[in-house]
Design a protein around this ligand. Structure first.
Ligand code: HEM
Length: 533
């Protein structure tokens, strides 16, 4: 005890002159001195102690994983965003880590990733206790949408309001709309013949369908001469900003607020055409949904759109109406959720059908069995029952993954024990569809696009690991619409056209990195020629 007292008094007497000196410094020097002391103690004292704590004493310390990832959550995030060799590569790295460390990996100080379908089913189930994580679902243009509603009860109520408009019977009633947009899409590409950016073409198709259904007025993107309307350019930019927001939450909110409110749009266009396009995309969605609300409130009752039905059902059921902000965020996120996902799956299908002509031939033979001419009408119900077409669609969904980025969920209050490890409340739990879809035990030779794998007798294990639409209470709300679009667009396209790659297109153009959804390096450029029989 006496020794300790002696040590303390000698330390104080050593520090005292330094403190006295610092008190007598000029204010500027005091600031420099103070900040240097703060930063040095943070970097050289606090960070190492915290690092050691995380490795040896933290409740998550028993979980295997790369130790370097435990240094700092913020550094991890920044590195996924800015280091050229890591940018957009998180899902690939997660898979490598699972291959190395096993089904549970600690990927950050409070992040844990899984590769175990039983765990997946427990987290992403109906009546789950694991809410979506604020760590990710917090984008300024969508944080009041269904997609980013975190609270389980609130999300249930929001989904229940929209679900009737996306059920299988509701989508069947939409068939005429989908068919007419697919017909227009096919006539446009027939007219173009060559140099067709089919990646963007598919996006325009899916958006014209969902905007007509949402707001009655289609964005009419399919009429754009090159399938490149301004709002789509904006959306492509928005995807880039999604990555910034994923890793640096709040940043885009501030940027968007500053550009959106006090600064005139003409000035924004001069300074940043990219941000200007992003704002244009938001403006179009905002105008469309709020315009419809005004018409509804003015007494118009003959609209059959999602939002008009919602306004009517709110009134009938005496439900609390959505705020304007919620409506706008739903309008933006529904367009965004349904466009790229469906578009990617279709692009991958066409890409591989061109690469593997024998597979295309087999598909064509099947389609000829139900469509006796290249432009014959066909119902979705008929296409749904074609095994090889459905196998091609499944394999394309397995390759495009739907949303490959991990869909983060939080460990609930009281924590959770998974695979024998206790995860305290708030631990961020990651599961990436990419990891599950490329499991070689379940999908032998997983990097081969092979629709026939789905035609074997027992597909149960593959089905269990096939999660492009996720599962449970937060499963994709637009799944039936997407399925109808995929069957009709792919079936009618392949029956009608021969298709090939444009000169200059390279396989590497289809390589992707993840900005939550996959973003390919280039665009799929094709020519088409109408089939003769
Ligand atoms: C091939 C096409 C599609 C795929 C692969 C797909 C995939 C997914 C996935 C994986 C989720 C879960 C996201 C999460 O947990 O954060 C999701 C959610 C969602 N999807 Fe889709 N989607 C597709 C098409 C569509 C379409 C056409 C629409 C509507 C027009 C749509 C609307 C939504 C909405 C609103 C959610 C949020 C549901 C919630 O948070 O409860 N999706 N989708």
């Amino acid at each position: 005890m006496a020794q300790l007292q002696e040590l303390l008094s000698s330390t104080i007497s050593n520090i005292q002159p330094l403190l006295d000196e610092s008190i007598s410094l000029a204010p500027l020097n005091k600031l420099i001195y103070g900040s240097t002391a703060f930063i040095s103690s943070y970097v050289f004292l606090y960070m190492p102690i915290r690092f050691i704590y995380r490795i040896y004493f933290d409740p998550l310390s028993g979980i295997p994983g790369p130790k370097s990832a435990l240094l700092s959550e913020n550094l991890n995030k920044l590195s996924w965003l800015i280091l050229p060799w890591k940018k957009g590569m998180e899902v690939f790295t997660l898979k490598e880590w699972h291959d190395k460390y096993g089904p549970i990996v600690r990927t950050g100080p409070r992040h844990v990733s899984f590769n175990d379908i039983e765990v997946y089913n427990q987290i992403y189930k109906v009546n789950t206790k694991f809410p979506k994580s604020l760590d990710f679902y917090n984008h300024p243009s969508a944080n009041e949408s269904i997609v980013e509603t975190l609270d389980i009860k609130d999300a249930h109520a929001r989904r229940a309001a929209f679900a009737p408009y996306f059920s299988k019977p509701a989508v069947r009633k939409l068939e005429d709309l989908i068919q007419s947009k697919v017909s227009f899409f096919l006539s446009r590409i027939q007219e173009m013949g060559t140099n067709i950016n089919i990646t963007r073409g598919f996006r325009c198709l899916t958006v014209d369908i969902i905007t007509t259904y949402s707001y009655e007025e289609s964005f009419d993107s399919l009429s754009d001469p090159t399938f490149s309307p301004g709002w789509l350019m904006g959306f492509e930019q928005l995807l880039e900003t999604t990555a910034v927001q994923n890793y640096l939450p709040g940043t885009m909110g501030v940027v968007e607020y500053v550009l959106d409110k006090p600064i005139p749009r003409s000035f924004v266009r001069k300074v940043s055409p990219m941000m200007s396009d992003v704002l244009k995309f938001k403006d179009v969605c905002t105008g469309a949904v709020l315009g419809q609300k005004v018409r509804y409130l003015a007494g118009e009752r003959n609209m059959v759109t999602i939002f008009a039905q919602l306004f009517e059902d709110d009134e009938k059921r005496e439900r609390k109406a959505l705020t304007d902000k919620q409506l706008v965020h739903d309008a933006i996120s529904t367009v965004a959720a349904g466009m790229d996902t469906t578009g990617h799956a279709l692009s991958y299908a066409i890409y591989y059908l061109v690469k593997y002509p024998e597979v295309q031939k087999r598909l064509l033979e099947e389609l000829k069995g139900v469509m006796n001419s290249p432009t014959a009408d066909v119902k979705e119900e008929v296409l749904d029952n074609l095994p090889f077409l459905q196998a091609c669609i499944k394999e394309s969904l397995r390759f495009s993954h739907g949303v490959p980025g991990p869909l983060p969920r939080d460990a609930p209050a009281g924590g959770a024990t998974l695979l024998g490890h206790y995860l305290p409340a708030g631990t961020v739990i990651l599961n990436s569809a990419y990891t599950y879809h490329t499991n070689p035990t379940v999908f032998p030779n997983p990097s081969k696009w092979d629709p026939s794998r789905w035609l074997v007798e027992d597909t149960r294990d593959m089905e269990r690991h096939f999660i492009p639409f996720s599962r449970g209470s937060r499963i994709c709300i637009g799944m039936h619409l997407a399925e109808a679009e995929l069957s009709l667009a792919l079936g009618r396209f392949v029956r009608r056209f021969e298709v090939g790659f444009m000169e200059g297109f390279e396989d590497s153009d289809m390589e992707w990195r993840s900005v939550f959804v996959p973003k390919t390096k280039g665009m799929l450029m094709v020519w088409v020629k109408e089939r003769e029989e």
